[in-house]
Design a protein around this ligand. Structure first.
Ligand SMILES: Nc1ncnc2c1ncn2[C@@H]1O[C@H](COP(=O)(O)OP(=O)(O)OP(=O)(O)O)[C@@H](O)[C@H]1O
Ligand SMILES: [Mg+2]
Length: 554
């Protein structure tokens, strides 16, 4: 349909040729369908018994993951409403780092349920209002049932980190990795006036395929993926006094073209001597301050390397800016931009600086820093794919650990909080008159999709499980959830499956916002350049392909 009208017999064209438009129910239906298919495609990855996905990009590179955000990122989604679901995963990941799959599943359910209501002639605005009220209630309830913990309580931090990794490829080593993540996070936690603050960027994660996951290590310092520059330099320096340089140990080139006429060999000699002296001067400035390790963000001239090597100084060059900043935090040194302004107090300290060979690469370890405010985790694992997935899983673990430290409250997992939210919302809905009640009830249904999916993925009968869960929650067992390993409804608190409150709250917010936004759209105008949306890799399980559906929308 073209946005046009007839004016005295002449059509007035507003959109460019080839543009398309769909409105009203058609537009809503297409958007909801697209969003539901996205949700459907990640469903099978939820929980410890969820499956992994193998994603192949256009270069043939393979990623194996069960991380919701990564799956959606790699899917190269084109449909605009489907893209909004990718945004849900992204927001969830950026805000709290975990719960991306759950957020997308709930958003999909909210939309599917809304569509049923629209079919029954409930206006989208009423649904959106109902959803908003329900979301507010859900947030209040989660806050109420959450268990407060001590912000730096290692036991709980370790438990949430373990839970976040239970659903990943690295689950077998989850306790070991959770211990590393917890120690790392606690090391970089800073006290603020109101509580504690953690910057995930203070933990450098380096990965190298080889050995096994249990060889993953926490380094009390920074690992730099660079080797020592000169063969004559020591490979190991104990009690290192470190200069962090943000200036090149080279003779600066002039910005303008200059020509020097040299007329005799003596002049040539003098010219070279001058250069040598300048470099020597630079090295002396470093030596005078008592440094025995130089870490440089820029280049180091061959001759300067030679002078440094002669004095038994270990030097590394072309280190990334982000690593330099972390090094400053770890060693307590200051990044120096001018050698003339350097003082002894600007030097950093580490027990040991050593070049080691990891797999095929030489790397420099700056470790044994005193109370470092930045640390490194070196991930090892059987294959490239395993270390990649371990890195993603560790990211989730570090994020949930941070969430608990910054907002020290936890809830138990296994679908327990979702079912409790559903129960309370149904009760709340009964107290309301009118059609909003319907929306709130359907909101409650959407939350039940979490225990249902956990049960389905574990090969259990969701109907049996949900009825048992409902009955037990009705009796006041707030933490009754489904423990997927033994396939039974259990008190999830007793089995130690804890998650941060922050993750659950963010799920409510991201899913409701995305669903409301998509529901509000009743007109889709696409410019002519838009291509038909492609089918996601593998296609959604049991659902229709994204292609024909998307194409039908425009
Ligand atoms: N032992 C367990 N028994 C039952 N459920 C569990 C268990 N361990 C974790 N879970 C549940 O698994 C769910 C998390 O699964 P998963 O990590 O696959 O998805 P996500 O956190 O929503 O998304 P992502 O990790 O991809 O960002 C949570 O609801 C959590 O409570
Ligand atoms: Mg998770």
């Amino acid at each position: 349909m073209r946005l046009s009208t007839q004016l005295a017999g002449t059509p007035v064209l507003i959109l460019r040729e080839g543009a398309s438009r769909s409105r009203g129910r058609d537009a809503q239906h297409a958007n909801v369908m697209a969003a539901k298919i996205v949700a459907e495609s990640v469903k099978s990855a939820l929980g410890p018994k969820g499956m992994d996905k193998m994603l192949v990009d256009s270069f043939g590179d393979v990623t194996i993951t069960s991380d919701g955000r990564t799956v959606l990122d790699e899917m190269d989604i084109q449909h605009p409403a489907a893209k909004m679901m990718v945004e849900v995963a992204k927001t969830q990941d950026d805000e709290v780092g975990d719960g991306t799959t759950t957020a997308v599943i709930i958003a999909g359910e909210l939309l599917g349920n809304a569509e049923d209501l629209i079919d029954k002639n409930v206006h989208p605005t009423i649904i959106i209002d109902g959803y908003r009220k329900a979301a507010d209630r859900a947030l209040e309830l989660l806050e109420k049932i959450a268990v407060p913990v001590k912000p730096k309580d290692r036991k709980f931090i370790e438990m949430v980190a373990t839970t976040s990794m239970a659903s990943k490829l690295v689950a077998e080593n989850k306790e070991y990795l959770a211990k590393i993540a917890t120690s790392g996070i606690l090391q970089v936690t800073e006290k603020t006036e109101t509580g504690f603050k953690v910057d995930i960027d203070d933990i450098k994660v380096e990965k190298k395929a080889g050995e096994s996951l249990t060889d993953t290590k926490l380094i009390n310092g920074i690992l730099v993926d660079k080797e020592v520059v000169h063969p004559g330099m020591p490979r190991r320096v104990e009690k290192a006094q470190i200069v962090l340089l943000d200036t090149a140990l080279e003779i600066e080139k002039t910005e303008f073209d200059a020509k020097i006429n040299i007329e005799s060999p003596e002049q040539m000699d003098a010219f070279l001597k001058q250069e040598e002296n300048m470099l020597k001067g630079m090295v002396d400035k470093i030596l005078n301050k008592g440094a025995n390790v130089v870490i440089c963000q820029k280049g180091i001239d061959d001759l300067a390397q030679h002078f440094l090597a002669r004095k038994n100084i270990l030097a590394v060059r072309r280190v990334k800016k982000s690593d330099m900043e972390k090094l400053a935090k770890a060693t307590g040194g200051k990044i120096i931009t001018s050698l003339d302004d350097m003082t002894k107090r600007d030097l950093g300290f580490a027990e040991l600086v050593e070049e080691r060979k990891i797999a095929d690469d030489k790397m420099t370890f700056i470790e044994g820093c005193k109370n470092p405010r930045a640390v490194t985790i070196l991930i090892r694992g059987g294959t490239e794919r395993i270390v990649d997935e371990a890195e993603r899983s560790l990211h989730d673990a570090l994020c949930v650990a941070r969430d608990v430290i910054e907002e020290p409250k936890v809830v138990a997992g296994g679908g327990a909080p979702e079912l409790e939210v559903a129960r309370a919302l149904r009760e709340y809905a009964d107290s309301l008159p009118g059609r909003e009640q319907l929306a709130i009830t359907r909101f409650a249904d959407a939350f039940e999709a979490v225990p249902t999916t956990l049960a389905e993925n574990a090969g259990l009968d969701p109907i049996d499980i949900i009825s048992e869960l409902r009955a037990r929650h009705e009796k006041g067992e707030v933490w009754a959830g489904i423990e997927v390993h033994d396939g039974k409804v259990t008190d999830m608190k007793k089995v130690g499956v804890y998650e941060p409150l922050a993750v659950k709250k963010q799920i409510v917010k991201s899913a409701t916002e995305a669903a409301s936004m998509i529901l509000k759209i009743d007109d889709v105008i696409a410019s002519g350049k838009m291509k038909a949306p492609p089918t996601p890799p593998g296609g959604p399980p049991g659902g229709p392909g994204m292609g024909p559906m998307g194409a039908g929308a425009y």
